[in-house]
Design a protein around this ligand. Structure first.
Ligand code: PEP
Ligand code: MG
Length: 319
C-alpha cells in the first residue's frame, strides 16, 4: 500500500480528513537543500523547516563575511524556488563548535553562551547574518522565515524580532527548546510570528540529560511525560494565538509521535528528508479527531513506554 500511495498521490502532508501539516526537511548546506527540494520530484517536501546555518561554517577559522553568507543563503532559497525555508541563525555550542563564536573554556557549555546568547558577545555575528539573509531574499525574490535558537525569555524573543524586522525580514520566530521558553510560550508567541519546537534540546534540558550521552537515551526521550507536557503547552499557546507552531527535532520524524504532535495542534513537522514518506503515510491513515484522541492518550500516560503503547492501541489497523 505504501509504494502505491507514494506513486499515485501528489498531495502534501495531511490527515485522512484533509487537515494539512507541512512536511519539511532539515538541512545544513546548499547541497542538502538541492537534494531535499528534488526529493520525489519535489512532490512530498513543502520546504525546509530548519536550515542549520552553523553547519556551513564548522570549518571556518573566522567569521564569514556578509557577501559569503549571502551567496550560500541565496543558493538554498533558489533550490526551494519559493517554497517555505526557515533559516535558523547561528547555533554555535559545545556540540557544534565554531572557531569564531564558541567560548573556549566554559565549564558547562550546554548551559553557556550558545545559540542566541552568542550575540551578547558578538552582536555583529547576528546582524551580519540578518543583513546577508535580507540581501539573499532581495536577490532571489524568495522571502525566508528566520528564527533564533536557544531563546529562554520573552525579552530575548522581542530583542531578536526587533533586530530581524529592522532588516526587513517579515516572518520572524524563535525556537522553543529550553523549558523556560515552553513554560512561557504564550508570552514568547506574543512577540513573534511563529515558533519551532526543538525537541532534541527540549528533552535534554527538561530531563537534565546530556544529548551526547548515548547510555542515558531512556531519559532523553521526547515521549517522557514531562517533555510531552511542555510540547503540549507550546502547541496550545500557538492555537490560542493563532500562530504556527512547528517541530524540528528528531521526534518529528517518528510516525507515531507525528500523530501526537498533529493532535496537539502542531502545524508543521521538519525532519531528515528520508523520514518524510513514513510520516506522511502515518498522517494520511488517521483523521484529525483520531490524532486528537491519540494525543490525549499520550498525555495521560505515566511513562514513555505507556505513552507509546497507548498510542499504538489507537492506530488504524493498516499502519
Ligand atoms: C533541537 O534541539 O531539537 C533542534 C532541532 O536543534 P539542534 O538539533 O540543531 O540543536
Ligand atoms: Mg537545538
Amino acid at each position: 500500500a505504501f509504494d502505491t500511495e507514494l506513486q499515485s498521490d501528489n498531495a502534501p502532508g495531511a490527515t485522512a480528513d484533509g487537515h494539512t501539516i507541512d512536511l519539511l526537511a532539515n538541512i545544513g548546506t546548499a547541497a542538502d537543500a538541492v537534494r531535499a527540494a528534488a526529493y520525489t520530484d519535489g512532490r512530498l517536501v513543502a520546504g525546509s523547516g530548519l536550515f542549520r546555518t552553523e553547519v556551513l561554517f564548522l570549518d571556518a577559522p573566522k567569521a564569514p563575511t556578509v557577501e559569503q553568507q549571502k551567496g550560500e543563503y541565496a543558493k538554498v532559497l533558489t533550490a526551494f524556488e519559493g517554497r517555505k525555508v526557515v533559516v535558523r541563525t547561528l547555533d554555535a555550542g559545545a556540540d557544534k563548535p565554531l572557531a569564531f563564536a564558541t567560548q573556549p573554556d566554559e565549564e558547562n557549555p550546554a548551559l553557556g553562551v550558545r545559540g542566541f546568547r552568542s550575540a551578547r558577545l558578538h552582536p555583529e555575528l547576528l546582524t551580519d547574518q540578518l543583513a546577508a539573509l535580507a540581501q539573499a531574499a532581495a536577490d532571489t525574490g524568495t522571502k525566508p522565515w528566520v528564527m533564533a535558537p536557544m531563546v529562554a525569555t520573552p525579552a530575548e524573543a522581542r530583542d531578536f524580532a526587533e533586530q530581524a524586522r529592522d532588516y526587513g525580514l517579515e516572518q520572524v520566530g524563535v525556537m522553543i527548546e529550553v523549558p523556560s521558553a515552553a513554560l512561557r510560550a504564550r508570552a514568547i508567541l506574543a512577540e513573534v510570528d511563529f515558533v519551532s519546537i526543538g525537541s532534541n534540546d527540549l528533552a535534554q534540558y527538561t530531563m537534565a540529560t546530556d544529548r551526547l550521552r548515548g547510555e542515558l537515551s531512556d531519559l532523553l526521550d521526547a515521549w517522557q511525560p514531562a517533555v510531552l507536557d511542555l510540547i503540549a503547552a507550546t502547541a496550545s499557546a500557538g492555537r490560542e494565538l493563532g500562530k504556527p507552531v512547528g517541530v524540528c527535532g528528531e521526534s518529528a520524524a517518528d510516525p507515531l509521535m507525528a500523530l501526537v504532535l498533529t493532535g496537539l495542534g502542531v502545524t508543521s513537522l521538519s525532519m531528515s528528508v528520508g523520514s518524510v514518506p513514513a510520516v506522511r503515510f502515518s498522517l494520511r491513515r488517521h483523521t484529525f479527531a483520531q490524532c486528537e484522541a491519540i494525543a490525549h492518550a499520550a498525555l495521560a500516560a505515566q511513562s514513555p513506554d505507556e505513552a507509546r503503547s497507548s498510542v499504538i492501541a489507537l492506530l488504524d489497523p493498516e499502519v
